[in-house]
Design a protein around this ligand. Structure first.
Ligand code: SPV
Ligand code: MG
Length: 435
């Protein structure tokens, strides 16, 4: 008997439908079928956070007729399974000829050619019913109870989460959907930061806690309505402890994953002003009380309270920063955020090194706005758990809008601005499709 051909295909889905079964049947007809099931980390990096864990999905796939073997696939690239299995055929729907998977397909074809394997593509079954299934799965992810705990789990899984600021529904969509390919893997942001600076600036207001919490809640709602990724709120000082406890409950109820409050008191000014403006740090005792009360008010296990240390910003020194970190962790903070406005990262690195030698568990958060040359990988190696790009979407959109406004004024018409700076009307009309 001739040896059975080896067939390989990859699956990420947690909602198996008729379209998948059809492809599996067709693949199984070609030979002995192995299915690579993508890990949670990979699926959440390019599609959405899976509703079922990789282990559960592997069990489901293993039970499907026609599937001979199931393996865990840790990369969107086919490099590893092709190297170890050397399948005669790789099977895929033809939907990956366009879009972000195109380079994955091209690499797969190249690798198959090296040893004479073949790619077999079947028409991808698009049906309204399947689209509805996917959109139902997505809306599950935006349910508060499901969204809230995902930051914690993501950090447990990956060690570090990378967050992009969002201040409107549209910037939320950019933080949610932006995808890049990098050496056969796919990258997306893990979560969103709702910055007080950006939320104030977009309203034309200074970042002094002038934009009140009701207004901040509206921003959170706008973003939550159209996204599924975990959200960290910049809670400023948290206000009075007596008010902060209500803030914690409101955020928890909405499905926000974490709030970061800073240890300042009185009229808060943005940290990046440093000592150029009058800013007062809260007492350790008072801030610890706020943390403890916030943790006591919390109803779920998932929500996190992160204490932000302003000692380096206010030039109070490293020992003060470390003493505060110890005290805040002891008061119950799930994490500490160390802030700095120096261009070089030395003081942040020193804080991380010293804090991590005495505390392995409390989460560490950094906001590398001024020390922007450090790669995320280095933060991770040093023991950081969350990196926040705190203001980059608003800082890049404002100059672009000014350019357009100036061009129209200068030219007395919009033709030049249209051609140089604007996306087409057709593209803006279809940017947000109706559901
Ligand atoms: C914010 O984004 O509002 C922050 C971070 O609090 S910073 O602007 O660096 O103070
Ligand atoms: Mg802020």
């Amino acid at each position: 008997m001739p040896e059975k051909k080896r067939v390989f295909m990859c699956m990420s889905t947690d909602v198996v439908h008729g379209g998948h079964i059809e492809i599996i049947n067709q693949a199984a007809e070609l030979g002995e079928l192995t299915v690579g099931v993508l890990t949670d980390e990979v699926v959440s990096a390019y599609k959405r956070y899976p509703l079922l864990s990789c282990e559960e999905r592997m069990k489901i796939v293993a039970g499907l007729k026609g599937v001979a073997h199931v393996i865990k696939q840790t990369d969107i690239s086919y490099r590893e399974p092709l190297k170890t299995l050397r399948p005669d055929y790789v099977v895929h729907g033809d939907d990956w000829r366009i879009g972000f998977q195109k380079p994955v397909r091209e690499e797969c074809i190249r690798l198959l050619e090296e040893y004479g394997g073949k790619l077999v593509e079947f028409p991808y079954s698009r049906s309204e019913q399947y689209d509805q299934l996917e959109s139902a799965a997505r809306s599950q992810l935006s349910i508060p109870d499901i969204r809230r705990g995902r930051l914690r789990r993501l950090i447990e899984q990956k060690g570090m989460a990378v967050c992009m600021e969002a201040h409107t529904g549209l910037t939320g969509l950019i933080a949610e959907k932006t995808t890049v390919m990098e050496q056969g893997t796919i990258r997306q942001f893990d979560g969103m930061w709702i910055s007080s600076l950006c939320d104030s600036t977009i309203k034309g207001k200074p970042d002094t806690e002038l934009v009140d919490f009701s207004s901040r809640l509206n921003t959170i709602n706008d973003i939550m309505e159209v996204t599924t990724k975990p959200i960290i709120l910049d809670g400023d000082t948290g206000g009075l402890t007596e008010h902060f406890v209500y803030m914690v409950r409101s955020l928890e109820r909405l499905g926000v994953s974490a709030v970061i409050i800073e240890d300042k008191t009185g009229l808060k000014k943005n940290s990046l002003f440093g000592t150029e403006v009058a800013q007062e740090q809260d007492s350790v005792e008072n801030f610890c009380h706020k943390i403890a009360e916030g943790k006591r008010a919390q109803k779920t296990k998932d929500f996190m309270l992160i204490a932000r240390i302003e000692s380096l910003i206010l030039e109070k020194g490293m020992e003060d920063a470390l003493a505060r970190a110890r005290a805040y962790a002891a008061a119950g903070a799930d994490g500490v955020m160390i802030h700095s406005r120096r261009k070089d990262p030395d003081e942040v690195f020193e804080f991380i090194r010293r804090f991590r030698t005495e505390n392995r568990h409390t989460l560490l958060v950094v906001v590398p706005t001024s020390y922007n040359s450090v790669y995320e990988e280095e933060f991770k190696e040093r023991g950081v758990n969350v990196v926040i790009y705190a203001n980059h979407l608003i800082r890049s959109s404002y100059p672009a809008m000014c350019q357009t406004a100036e061009s129209i004024l200068r030219c007395h018409r919009a033709k030049e601005a249209d051609e140089q700076y604007c996306m087409s009307i057709k593209n803006i009309l279809t940017l947000i499709p109706e559901e």
